[in-house]
Design a protein around this ligand. Structure first.
Ligand code: HEM
Length: 296
């Protein structure tokens, strides 16, 4: 029996940190993976902080014989027909920490960075916090169409008897919001951009094909599980997109659809007001695989 890392489904935490790392020495992937895997225990049960650890898919495949085939890092920019670009900023490993308050997340993030210091350096760091319970910084409810916690593991965790069982694929993408342009729109126009109402998140019957929910429609691409969070300061902020899938295809096809690489160039209207700053895929192994990698 393989178990997914529990922090993926630990909803309700108020404070988050995302740390992306690069190996200090090229080729020192075994040391990096062992050090990251060793962070798991016993810290996960201390201080109420959830720790989710993942690896560049190609790196994990080098180390683990039964890793799933065909998963790739975010190795190339995604460029739409009009030049709109989602940059590829792949790193070697990721840690996502979440907890009830920033102090415990902060302390644990510092401990983790210190524990990895000999083998890896921090390449990207973002902290996140909830906005008006379940809204993103567009002011809309984010996560309405997420599968619930009963269904989500079955939908987004690789099933038993498949390569990588208990694992999942994370797309981590930091999106900066052009808040003044967004806020200058009437609410009715914002609703057309998202494809849902702002107050209650009801899907519009006549949502335009360029609306965000039309471009990412899960009935078409397949179900994913999102743990998006707001990040940033008063003057510079946006959305940390945190999306999980058992298969890379839905995530990749949603991004291609958003930039307009499908359907004759229809670009997601939300991308007129938001800009991807980073983009990386990580394989999030099962707890058993991670423990084996730590040498325990
Ligand atoms: C600035 C970045 C983003 C923001 C602010 C954002 C916000 C939203 C909002 C407000 C909704 C509607 C409510 C809901 O069902 O959650 C939504 C739906 C959705 N978003 Fe995003 N999103 C962003 C980026 C992305 C990206 C990069 C992807 C895919 C890789 C994505 C995938 C989805 C999916 C699958 C849905 C549900 C679609 C359906 O109705 O089936 N989003 N998003």
């Amino acid at each position: 029996m393989s178990t997914s890392q529990s922090g993926i489904f630990a909803l309700g935490t108020a404070s988050h940190a995302y740390l992306e790392f690069d190996a200090r020495r090229p080729g020192a992937t075994r040391e990096l993976a062992t050090a990251v895997a060793s962070l798991r225990e016993p810290r996960t049960t201390m201080g109420g902080v959830n720790l989710v650890a993942g690896f560049r898919p190609e790196l994990w495949r080098e180390l683990v014989p039964d890793a799933p085939a065909g998963i790739e890092g975010f190795n190339r920019d995604i460029v739409g027909p009009d030049g709109y670009t989602m940059p590829a900023t792949q790193h070697d490993a990721v840690l996502w920490l979440s907890g009830s308050a920033y102090d415990v997340v902060f302390d644990m993030a510092r401990e983790a960075i210190a524990a990895l210091d000999a083998v890896a350096s921090v390449a990207e760091e973002t902290s996140s916090w909830p906005y008006r319970h379940d809204r993103d910084l567009t002011g809309f409810i984010d996560g309405t169409e997420n599968p619930d916690l009963i269904d989500a593991p079955e939908l987004v965790v690789i099933p038993e008897d498949s390569a990588g069982a208990g694992g999942t694929i994370l797309l981590l993408q930091k999106w900066c919001h052009e808040s003044s342009a967004w806020e200058s729109l009437q609410v009715a126009r914002q609703e057309q951009v998202i494809g849902r109402t702002k107050d209650e998140s009801v899907e519009l019957d006549d949502k335009p094909p360029e609306s965000h929910v039309a471009r990412t429609d899960q009935d078409r691409f397949g179900k994913i599980f999102r743990r998006n969070m707001p990040y940033g300061t008063v003057t510079d902020h946006g959305t940390m997109f945190v999306g999980f899938s058992a298969d890379q295809r839905p995530l990749r096809e949603m991004l291609e659809s958003m930039v307009g690489l499908t359907d004759g160039g229809v670009r997601d209207a939300l991308t007129l007001y938001t800009r991807a700053l980073t983009g990386a895929y990580y394989f999030i192994p099962s707890t058993q695989s991670l423990r084996r990698c730590s040498g325990d």
